[in-house]
Design a protein around this ligand. Structure first.
Ligand code: ATP
Length: 317
């Protein structure tokens, strides 16, 4: 086990505990997402792991060695870890290359230059090598900070919302190169995100926090197919949440239904179409079975009345 957080207790204010006996772990080479709504404690947990905040009780172990937090380190941070927070802490008067090369040895300058170039390519910033960070956008600065963190090949990399400042096409490019780099170098990664769908293909595990509590810690597939509650299901996008009475009246096996799990079919529950809107890869439809409102996705526009078939677990792979 690379990292173990054991029975952690932490509060910012004396009368409100954020973490009350929190435990999580990560194996070497694993990529895990720390997911949950804004304010659930993702950034705080990353700060605690990296040693920027003192905890009240519990243990954090890296490779079996107990970490001491800020009390135990003259310089904040842990040497086998790198953390890219939501503020990037770049050297404003040094160039992008100098920032990325900050932790790389000067013994072989040619090798250092090549290495910096390679890292800048990973984050798509090779054209900005000689620019100073003060002239870069927030998203560009974030990418420079990621390249600098990768430069030391940390055993454990902590990224707090690394794609939050990027537009869609940059995000797609960066996430693929970043995850490939992490996998090829056998780094372990904890990435905090609101947008779980964006990183899902690369994840080994999703750790979900709700108000500082760990509520689910499973593979992406298990988390998606068997979410612990509607809060978890909603991390993946829209979801229909049925009450007990609605579930029973439709004779269904569960309360939570993603829109694509409800199909228009020749036979099924009759539903009235209230709205049908083009949404790119599908049509977004609001329909109603008796007084039960539902959202479903279809590949064509709907109108009038349609029959709906609910795809139960047993019908899936
Ligand atoms: N310095 C602080 N002092 C007091 N309370 C804080 C402080 N920083 C965060 N909090 C509170 O602790 C809780 C967890 O905050 P945290 O930033 O860890 O959440 P988060 O899940 O990372 O949110 P986001 O996704 O918006 O970044 C929130 O209720 C927040 O208001």
């Amino acid at each position: 086990m690379l990292l173990q957080v054991k029975n952690l207790h932490f509060s910012y204010t004396p009368n409100k505990k954020l973490f009350n006996n929190l435990s999580i772990s990560i194996d070497e080479g694993q990529i895990i997402a720390l997911a949950g709504e804004s304010g659930c404690g993702k950034s705080t947990l990353l700060n605690l792991i990296y040693g920027l905040l003192d905890w009240e009780d519990g243990q954090i172990l890296l490779n079996g060695t107990r970490l001491m937090g800020p009390k135990g380190n003259l310089v904040p941070g842990e040497k086998d870890m790198k953390f890219v927070a939501q503020t990037y802490d770049l050297m404003p008067y040094s160039t992008v290359s100098e920032n990325v090369g900050k932790f790389i040895s000067n013994i072989n300058l040619h090798e250092k230059k090549m290495r910096v170039h390679e890292l800048l390519k990973v984050v798509g910033m090779e054209d900005f090598a000689d620019i100073k960070p003060q002239f870069l956008s927030g998203g560009q600065q974030q990418r420079v900070a990621i390249a600098r963190a990768l430069s030391v090949l940390p055993k454990l990399l902590l990224l707090d919302e690394p794609f939050s400042n990027l537009d869609f096409s940059r995000k797609i490019e960066l996430r693929e190169r970043l995850f490939n780099f992490v996998k090829q170098n056998n780094l372990s990664l904890i990435i905090s995100t609101h947008e779980i769908q964006e990183v899902m293909p690369w994840l080994d595990r999703i750790t979900v926090l709700q108000d500082g509590r760990l509520i689910q810690n499973d593979s992406p597939k298990e988390t998606y197919l068997n979410p612990y509650n509607s809060y978890v299901a909603k991390l993946f996008g829209e979801v229909n949440v049925l009450t007990d009475a609605e579930k029973d009246s439709l004779k269904l096996g569960r309360h939570l239904w993603y829109p694509h799990q409800i199909k228009v079919a020749a036979q099924g529950e009759p539903a009235k179409v209230l709205e049908s809107r083009f949404a790119g890869s599908s049509y977004w439809n609001r329909v109603m079975i008796d007084s039960i409102p539902l959202v479903i996705y279809t590949d064509h526009a709907l109108s009038g009345t349609v029959n709906l078939h609910f795809i139960e677990q047993s019908e899936r792979l």
